[in-house]
Design a protein around this ligand. Structure first.
Ligand SMILES: Nc1ncnc2c1ncn2[C@@H]1O[C@H](COP(=O)(O)OP(=O)(O)OP(=O)(O)O)[C@@H](O)[C@H]1O
Ligand SMILES: [Mg+2]
Length: 451
């Protein structure tokens, strides 16, 4: 263990260093507070043994700095007889203990050994905590429910092989997160991860997006375009919302998957593909097959390995962990202190059905962080849609701009929507009438301005 000795008297420094070295500690010396802090910034010390009275930065300054640094380092203060009040003050600020000069070798070693033991314990605790949090988390996917543990082990197994994967689950259950986890934990992690949302691209463009086109292949094709399959060479292509794909394109896609070759539109040359395929759907593909909207041969081709993500309400045990994860994420993003959650508030969340799944929970926590300044967060602060949950209540927040701007926008949007009705706007935001009134006052907003 490494100990930093801080004293303005050279003789004292050397004696202390000799004793501590004999006892098996590694030591470093500093002749004043400034040097001490510089060395502290550059090294990891288990213990800092510092004189209280020194010219310039004194022992208390050193202590305060170390205490604020969020490290496990323990500070032992040395003080001359007669300045005990100062030492007591240091203990209050967070020093581990103090020694009154002159002290015996044994007294010194006793205090230092105890402090060293404490550092060991703190480190061990941190290690355990880290281990625990890792067990509830796989590739930034949070969950400790049996359902999620099973998903983690499926991801782990499938990532190692090159099989095609079909990920199913309702909107916001984490399909894309899982697709990325499969890619980034497999052999292709150095290669590209290329995502294409088949539902978000106009039908007429999907074909050339997927397969690419030659210059002049169709009106408007001014340049040769490398399709997503080619872009994903050596990596993974993620075909999101595969259920929305047109039947004729499904045939082409199936052919590409079978032959592992792709031809750009307007070209007769095939390109060999080395691409792993992961597809996702929030629609039930078997139902689509029955309705003749999805080809069963393509389905079987994609469904070599399938991962079905459970809805959040079916694994509500994960809600506390997810809440804590998102509280930390957004407190950090909006530069706020991480708030605690009152038991009532947690209870309210655990009872809510979350039609928008994890994405909705994430949005609710983000809004709560934005609109709440006190700690802990109370049940009333939570922006739960109080009316019957509808699917479109999951409004994404565009997180550019300052926190106040975002808050202002959330509130004014709600007021515009409600035609100036505070009651309706507060319901839409999921906050109490009084909270909204208070917030409007803060921004000098008036309901008449929204009529
Ligand atoms: N288990 C989880 N742990 C942490 N974050 C999660 C988890 N599941 C989902 N999320 C977060 O929720 C949001 C939605 O997840 P994602 O985009 O993967 O859902 P999706 O199933 O693809 O939804 P959609 O069908 O609407 O596209 C993301 O911000 C994601 O990071
Ligand atoms: Mg998605």
């Amino acid at each position: 263990m490494h100990i930093l000795i801080v004293d303005d008297e050279q003789a004292q420094r050397n004696i202390l260093a000799d004793i501590l070295k004999d006892a098996g500690y590694k030591t470093d010396l500093a002749e004043n507070g400034e040097v001490a802090l510089r060395k502290f910034g550059a090294n990891q010390y288990a213990i800092v043994l510092t004189d209280l009275k020194m010219p310039g930065k004194d022992g208390l300054d050193v202590l305060k700095h170390i205490h604020n640094s969020d490290q496990d380092t323990q500070v032992i203060i040395m003080t001359a007889f007669g300045t005990i009040p100062g030492a007591v003050n240091a203990i209050k600020i967070g020093a581990y203990d103090y020694l009154t000069k002159p002290f015996k070798k044994d007294d010194l070693l006793q205090v230092v050994d105890r402090a060293a033991e404490k550092v060991k314990l703190l480190k061990e605790n941190a290690r355990l905590k880290n281990e625990i949090s890792n067990r509830y988390q796989y590739a930034s996917i949070i969950g400790q429910s049996p359902e999620m543990r099973q998903i983690f082990s499926m991801i782990e197994r499938v990532a190692k092989v090159d099989a095609t994967v079909l990920i199913t689950g309702k909107s916001g259950t984490g399909k894309e997160l899982v697709a990325r986890a499969v890619h980034y934990n497999g052999n292709r992690k150095e290669g590209p991860f290329v995502a294409l949302n088949c539902g978000a691209i106009p039908e007429t463009l999907i074909e050339s997006e997927l397969f690419g086109h030659e210059k002049g292949a169709f009106t408007g094709a001014a340049k040769t375009y490398m399709g997503k399959f080619e872009q994903a060479q050596g990596g993974t292509i993620f075909l999101d919302e595969i259920g929305t794909m047109r039947l004729d394109l499904q045939i082409r896609l199936l052919r590409v998957l079978q032959e592992k070759k792709v031809q750009k539109l307007g070209s007769n040359q095939s390109i060999d593909l080395d691409v792993r395929v992961i597809a996702a759907s929030n629609e039930n593909l078997e139902e689509l097959i029955n309705e003749k909207k999805f080809r069963s041969d393509l389905y079987h081709r994609l469904n070599v390995f399938s991962i079905a993500l459970p809805s959040l309400k079916d694994r509500f045990q994960d809600i506390p962990l997810l809440v804590r994860h998102f509280l930390e994420k957004y407190a950090d993003q909006y530069k706020k202190e991480i708030p605690a959650l009152s038991p009532d508030a947690l209870n309210k969340l655990e009872k809510y059905p979350f039609p928008g799944n994890v994405r909705e929970l994430e949005n609710i926590i983000e809004k709560t962080i934005i609109l709440t300044d006190h700690n802990p967060i109370l049940a009333d602060d939570l922006m739960l849609p109080s009316t019957k949950p509808q699917n479109n209540n999951v409004k994404e927040i565009d997180s550019n701009g300052s926190l106040t701007d975002i808050e202002y926008k959330l509130i004014s949007d709600a007021l515009i929507e409600s035609n100036g009705s505070i009651k309706k706007a507060s319901e839409a935001l999921g906050i109490s009438y009084k909270t909204l009134q208070y917030r409007m006052k803060k921004f000098n907003m008036h309901k008449n301005d929204f009529r």
